[in-house]
Design a binder for this molecule. Sequence first.
Ligand SMILES: C[S@@+](CC[C@H](N)C(=O)[O-])C[C@H]1O[C@@H](n2cnc3c(N)ncnc32)[C@H](O)[C@@H]1O
Length: 241
Amino acid sequence: MTKDRLYVDAHEIIPDFVFDERVACVFPDMINRSVPGYGTIINMIGTLAAQYIKPNSNCYDLGCSLGAATMAIRFAVEDLDFHLVAVDNSPAMLSTAKHCLAEQDRGPTVELICADIRDIQICLASMVVLNFTLQFVPAADRLTLLTNIYEGMLPGGLLLLSEKIALPNDVAQRLFIEMHHGFKKAQGYSELEISQKRTALEDVLIPETLACHKERLQKVGFSTVEVWFQCFNFISLLAIK
Ligand SMILES: C[S@@+](CC[C@H](N)C(=O)[O-])C[C@H]1O[C@@H](n2cnc3c(N)ncnc32)[C@H](O)[C@@H]1O
């Protein structure tokens, strides 16, 4: 795993964060050292896939990056006849995902699609994964995207939504941000790396509150919406149609 050193050196101007070749090269290290509980969430996606994916249905990993969730699903649901679709709009991430998936010689074949998830037609879905992707979609488009996902899902189907959230209470917000920075420091990131990465993400990753996520999922029509994982300001929700 190549170590993430993208923000080690001081930059005078810090451009907005993009999922380009440089990020694709270090992504597994970056996400594991930046998102507390990422490994647990990926493992649980496999466990949930084994419970929720139905024969002759579709499963979508939207914003698949290098395919970690896709691979967990493949590993967990080897013998079922279903269609696994992984989508990302970054050619660099998708091309690395293609290599990673080729190395995993088990489970169903994966249809890799380089596209914007706002343009994807979801149909006959027994499971949809949005693992830390919705936060990068413009806020104004999130309701339409979730409505499109809901309409393409089978009754009883599962949407797994993981996000970085904002806290409505200022004290809690500051506390959770400090705890997250403590986590990153313990993972070996310097103060400079943490602050430069935060600047790069500022206008790109737009977090919303848990209440906002829950209300929107319920408005879209999901009957059961529950948080199953939280560590500081990182959460994962289950939404069942
Ligand atoms: C934090 S990463 C997701 C991590 C990944 N789901 C995992 O579990 O490892 C966000 C990904 O979403 C992709 N993305 C962001 N906006 C997108 C959009 N509108 N359409 C498709 N992919 C998008 C990015 O290219 C990036 O690979």
